[in-house]
Design a protein around this ligand. Sequence first.
Ligand code: AMP
Length: 710
Amino acid sequence: MGLSIGIDLGTTFSAAACIDKSGRPVVIKNSEGNPITPSVIYFPPKGEPIVGDEAKEMQALGEADIASFFKRSIGSDSFLLKFNGRDYTPTDLSAIVLRKLKTDAEVEMGQTVTHAVITVPAYFNNFQREATIKAGEMAGLEVLRIINEPTAAALAYGLDRAAGAQTMLVYDLGGGTFDVSLVQIKRSVIQVIATDGDHELGGKDWDDRIATYLGQCFSRDHDVDPLENAESFQDILTRTENAKKQLSVRDQVKVSIVHGGEKESYQLTRSQFEEMTQDLMERTQSLTGQVLSDSRLKWKDIDGVLLVGGSTRMPMVRRYVERMSCKKPLPGVNVDEAAALGAAIQAHVDSAESGDTPKMFTLKSKREIRDVMSHSLGMAAENEDRTRYINSIIIAKNTPAPCSETRPYSIMTAGNHDNKVEVYMLQGESETPLQNNILGKYVFPGIEHTSSRQAVLDIQYRYDRNGVVSVTAKQRETGKNLPLTIEPVPQDMSWLSRPPEEEQVVTVHPSILIAVDLSGSMAGNPLTKACKAAGKFVKEIDLSHASLGLIAFADKVKVTQDICQNVKKLHKGIAKWHDLMETGDVGWGNEAEPFSKALKILKNTEDPRFIILLTDGMWNDQEDAIRQAKRCHKEGIEIIAIGFGGADREFLKAAATCDENALFTDMNSLVGSFSKIARVLTESGGKLPDAGAGKSANRKKGFLGFFDRD
Ligand code: AMP
């Protein structure tokens, strides 16, 4: 194993770093003697591409065969640049920059560089992360891991600060991306609490505003738009970036524009510049606010703000951050180098841990990184009444990585047929599938036919420590792992915005409500167990083919989650039960019954429909409650009544659709009971072979009976 280095592969600049003999991270100078290398490539007509300062100068001179800002498009198949007759993807171009950093580091350090930790914006999605790893490999590097830029910066910042825990906000505004993360630095851990960002917001947008303004001024004076000419456009962009940098230290600048034989100079003041870019600052403000609210923290909980990325040199950023946080930004970090230095620390730790290399230098302090995922992972599914497709979220944003979630997926199988499941995996927060990134069509063929009921796949969805997605599936009935093929996303995905088409085999979609008793006797352990049981139910129910809602009742009734197919919302809805118990918002008595509310909610949904009642005591008006339960039976809604503690067995029987749907159990068996119900619902699709779900109030065979026969 040769040397392991850290690399910040930036939109505008890149940098490499390693740990020196004294155990400190240091930036490795490139062959031009500079600590940072412009991420710009010039393709001469013959010979190897030229990366860095020379390429940037050629770009300023208007040379056409230049690639820059390609990091913004990494992971996108459609972005191709042609040089000397060859197509280059952003991954190919990134690999060229990485190779230059590797080669220069080898010359500077006098050793072969074999391994690297590469930083990426925290907001990068799966495609962008996979493409970055691939670019590293193409450059001849073994990528130890990729880490998020703000986390790397926090790692570098925390190196000398081994004292007490600190919570800080990392505000990272680079050339092409903006990331904002909340990070806790503890003695042995760097823990990211929440992250957000925009990979299409960076210094380049500030440049573009000046360019547009100057273009307009010139058009007004000369009746011709210089931005429409490629050469003048490049020239103006170079001048505007310089002007922007000057405005970081001066109140005004003069910018000259030369186009079509005309030359004109325009004065630009800092306040004009700040005014024309105010909305960009506000965009960073709203993302920062989002991160704080996601983590339920206030500015008073934050010890300081760490500024990272070249664009944080703009005085407006500093001023805005100070105003927002009421604190001066944390000192002592080089905004251009922090990410590379942090990556070097991690590269050193990872290579030392792999044991392949003798541990030559010891770091001052060593911290483990615990990062979170910046995007939710979900799949396209039909909603409860099959009127539209939705994004059913499986792993919520800001879940610590690595993480995995196993969820059931039920499918009707047929004999003599290649039964397969096709899942479109999505990354993003929107409920509308097309507003998310579609990661691919994941196809699991070879599912064995099960004659009596639906086949169930236990599908495991995983984010590894690099934030890269993987999916595996096992058929429950056979215990066999299924093969997986990931097909590219078809060009036309517009069908996801239309109502699902009628299928030949109509899959049923149960709508389920869990109604939990929150009267005073549930406080403490019973409620904790009830929450666990409901959580288990969420885990075991196939939410791509079923919808679930949550109701709490005591003296009043409250819906803590509307019927949905979103794991994240459901867990939040369950957590609200504790809040209600504390605030007393539904009272602590036994005045209310949940059935009339449940009937209202389920009225417009299709069969099969279920209410799962959980109670631990007697209600004030049990007669009325039974009357309301009977109205539900009449509507065809199946009621499963689960009681424990002081619950009344006769009441449970009367409220349930039939005797077998009444279950008296003990607190410690609640999780098991809810798990069983979810499994039966998933395996049967809510369609009970004996009776059809819940149609008859006098039915003998109940839902739980069906389970017991197994
Ligand atoms: P990074 O991606 O972190 O290397 O940041 C590069 C971005 O920082 C580019 O958009 C630069 O124009 C910008 N930048 C660098 N220095 C300054 C400065 N002094 N004032 C304003 N922007 C700057």
